[in-house]
Write a protein that binds this ligand. Structure first.
Ligand code: G4P
Length: 468
């Protein structure tokens, strides 16, 4: 396959949502279609003590939240899909923001009974800032839900983006009858696929077939649907691919990730409406993804992802060209030529070594401690640097004191590594004799992560004193 067609078939997106809206469940269903897993639920189920593919760190397992962002790749219908999973917990928003910098579009999952929630707003703002396409999946229609018109109004007024429903729900909760496809003018009748199967065969009824439709959904829902369609056709924005691409209009889909209803339709529409890898701005102008020369930027660094390996991985988003294992490239900020060794891709808890990757892909490379977040790596000798990743001002501060002063070396090493990953910021340098420093974080949960990681990865106990 040519370089161009390899890049063209790539779709790299992030899923954003408020915790519990159903991001993990939806991701899992996507993987099911991609054949990456055989049965949904093999990935996650808090109650059965199985964990999300993204939950790498021990602390995540203990608390049942995603702390780090991970990347999943799978193929579906000729597309090569990279999903950037973003941590849902609000304390980790900084990591999430950085992850969004690596995506070309975003899927926003909204809980139909909750509407637009706090975390969604923050993440959404970052997407808007980047003008990337945003797709909305209104989830949990199999439960009591808010009025769909009100949900659309809320998205428009709170997030400031026009909406265009692609399908429309008929009822909700126990009375959820299905969805009406506005383009095809037919109704898919709701049928739950439980136990993690793919979508079960749903009956599709032509909306003009009044007798059959009334028989399936009842007279009252039939009448309501006619009313809704009229209202929608009169009031809502028309689908406009250009506006979608510019991030000014969000296509909206209704469904239920848990019962796998509406997920496949969503995935297919989404893949056709979203974009292949986008050009990126650099200090030497815009870099075209289809140029031969490989380039990438580091958006995340993580140490000790796997205790058995004790290593540091720099995650980079490939922005142009083709990557080949072991290739030499310029590390622009470091001013050196480097060999990119042990390139890896992630799938569930397994990593595998990749031989080649293309613009749009995310790879993790072994980092001997030279990379920082935002760094550019490029093959061409005409060096350039990609636009920086925004940093966020820390909002919480604490004095960190080491309990066992014999472990000073490990303490310094641990603190510095965690700071380089961007999880904390150090405000007061170590001074001799005093084993304490001041650190700042964006969210308070990061203090806990710091404490936990220092203990588990570096064997250092600390005492944290919050500062005003
Ligand atoms: P998150 O990643 O956005 O935090 O959400 P997650 O997918 O973990 O979903 C949160 C809860 O909502 C889970 O239930 C999940 O099963 C449920 N859920 C997701 N999608 C739907 C849906 O379409 N309909 C209904 N009714 N529920 C849905 P849980 O009991 O908290 O956890 P679990 O034991 O099922 O994992």
């Amino acid at each position: 396959m040519s370089l161009e067609s390899e890049i063209k078939k790539r779709r790299t997106f992030a899923i954003i949502s408020h915790p519990d809206a159903g991001k993990t469940t939806l991701t899992e269903k996507f993987l099911l279609y991609g054949g990456a897993i055989n049965l949904a639920g093999s990935v996650k189920g808090k109650k059965t003590a199985k964990h999300a593919v993204s939950d790498w760190m021990e602390i995540e397992k203990e608390r049942g939240i995603s702390v780090t962002s991970s990347v999943l790749q799978f193929n579906y219908e000729g597309y090569c899909i990279n999903i950037l999973d973003t941590p849902g917990h609000e304390d980790f928003s900084e990591d999430t923001y950085r992850t969004l910098m690596a995506a070309d579009s975003a899927v926003m999952v909204i809980d139909a009974s909750k509407g637009v929630e706090k975390q969604t707003i923050k993440l959404f703002k970052v997407c808007v800032m980047r003008h990337i396409p945003i797709f909305t999946f209104i989830n949990k229609m199999d439960r009591e839900a808010n009025d769909p018109f009100e949900l659309l109004d809320e998205i428009e007024s709170v997030l400031g983006i026009a909406t265009c429903p692609i399908n429309w729900p008929i009822g909700c909760g126990k009375e959820f009858k299905g969805v009406y496809d506005r383009k095809e003018k037919n109704v898919s009748l709701f049928k739950a696929a439980m136990n993690g199967q793919k979508e079960v065969d749903t009956e599709i009824v032509d909306a003009s077939d009044e007798a059959v439709l009334k028989d399936r959904i009842g007279d009252a829902f039939y009448d309501k649907l006619q009313e809704d369609i009229e209202l929608l056709d009169g009031a809502s924005a028309e689908f406009d691919q250009e506006m979608v691409s510019a991030g000014d209009l969000t296509p909206v889909f209704f469904g239920s990730a848990l019962t796998n209803f509406g997920v496949q339709t969503f995935l297919e529409h989404f893949l056709s409406m979203t974009t292949s890898p986008l050009p990126r701005k650099s200090d030497q102008g815009v870099i075209d993804p289809f140029t031969e020369d490989f380039s990438a930027f580091v958006f995340k660094i993580q140490a000790n992802m796997n205790k058995a390996h004790r290593d540091r991985i720099a995650f980079m988003r490939i922005c142009s060209g083709k990557f080949e294992a072991g290739m030499e490239a310029n590390h622009v900020q470091g001013g050196k030529k480097i060999r990119l060794s042990q390139p890896q891709q992630m799938m569930a808890e397994e990593r595998h070594i990749v031989d080649e990757a293309y613009a749009g892909d995310i790879i993790g490379v072994f980092d001997p401690g030279i990379f920082s977040i935002g760094d550019t790596i490029c093959k061409s000798n005409k060096k350039f640097a990609f636009e920086g990743i925004p940093t966020f001002a820390p909002e919480h501060f604490a004095r960190v004191r080491q309990i066992d002063t014999m472990k000073r070396k490990q303490f310094i090493k641990g603190i510095n590594q965690i700071a380089q990953e961007g999880a904390i910021q150090i405000f007061q340098e170590f001074n001799t004799g005093m084993e304490e420093i001041i650190v700042g974080v964006v969210g308070v949960l990061q203090f806990e992560v710091l404490e936990y990681r220092l203990k588990n990865e570096y064997g250092v106990d600390i005492r944290l004193e919050p500062l005003p």
